[in-house]
Design a binder for this molecule. Structure first.
Ligand SMILES: [Zn+2]
Length: 276
């Protein structure tokens, strides 16, 4: 499933391909729905508008247009790719291509999603903060967020720390792999009570979360199976994992065997020596 780093990479690839500033000629819908039905009338209203900015909130890709906006979520297997300008002839859609956005530059922005759990909605106006998808989301880990704000949001949480940092109302985008990795980097056991993690430990943890996400972004994201970046490249992050998926193997810091347990329904990995 695409996680925050993959979505961020899709955003950067779209930006690098020069999608911002392009004018939308036509959104071609190749089926009637994804996870939600397409609102064809609202989508058609965006024809002729310019894509001013492609940004991200949690795992949502947001296309800010001249007047309105599109909200896209990649679901389980979604991806966007840019087909370069072709002179003269068009090109055929691949199986599982569901949306083709024809830009006036000649480029075509294609949404591909075999399992169709993604979302593509046009939003009237640009004020996306109150859209039903973005309402109530926690803080963005890559922006102005630190141990202080993490500590404040954990103060009344009785759950274990690993579940707390995976809660989208606390901080967005910390998936299961990233939670195990960041807790290892910060030296905190995943089973600790969230409200017992000190301010200083929260400082280390917030830094570790940002570091692990930055590393995943730099290596193209974590998901090897289904996911590809907008330029078709695969992620390499899984080859560099510190603790996740390494049950029984030697800890990379102290050589003791890495432990594994299911916490909150998710596989969790830690070192009992390095994490307290
Ligand atoms: Zn260790």
């Amino acid at each position: 499933m695409p996680e925050l780093p993959e979505v961020e990479n899709v955003r950067r690839s779209l930006q690098a391909a020069g999608v911002e500033g392009s004018k939308v000629e036509r959104v071609e819908l190749l089926r009637a729905n994804l996870r939600t039905p397409f609102d064809q009338r609202l989508i058609a209203k965006t024809h002729g508008q310019r894509i001013e900015r492609v940004w991200r909130r949690a795992k949502f890709l947001l296309f800010e247009l001249s007047k309105d906006a599109w909200i896209s979520h990649l679901g389980m297997t979604g991806s966007w790719r840019v087909e370069p300008k072709r002179t003269g002839v068009g090109f055929a859609a691949l199986k599982h291509d569901h949306i083709r956005v024809h830009l006036s530059s000649g480029m075509v922005l294609v949404y591909h999603d075999p399992r169709r759990f993604g979302v593509f909605e046009a939003h009237p106006g640009k004020d996306l903060v109150h859209s039903k998808w973005l309402r109530g989301l926690g803080q963005e880990p890559l922006e102005s967020w630190d141990g202080e704000s993490l500590h404040a949001s954990l103060r009344h949480r009785e759950s274990v720390i690993k579940s707390a940092i995976m809660d989208q109302k606390v901080v967005v985008g910390v998936g299961n792999i990233y939670a195990s990795e960041a807790l290892f980097m910060a030296g905190i056991r995943p089973t600790r009570k969230a409200n017992r993690v000190s301010r200083e430990e929260c400082g280390r943890l917030a830094q570790a979360i940002r570091k692990v996400l930055d590393k995943a972004i730099a290596s193209g994201g974590s998901t090897i199976r289904d996911y590809r970046q907008a330029d078709g490249q695969k992620g390499e992050f899984q080859e560099q994992l510190l603790v996740y998926g390494r049950a029984g193997l030697s800890c990379r810091q102290c050589a003791q065997p890495v432990k594994q347990k299911v916490i909150g329904g998710r596989s969790s990995f830690w070192c009992a020596t390095c994490q307290r």
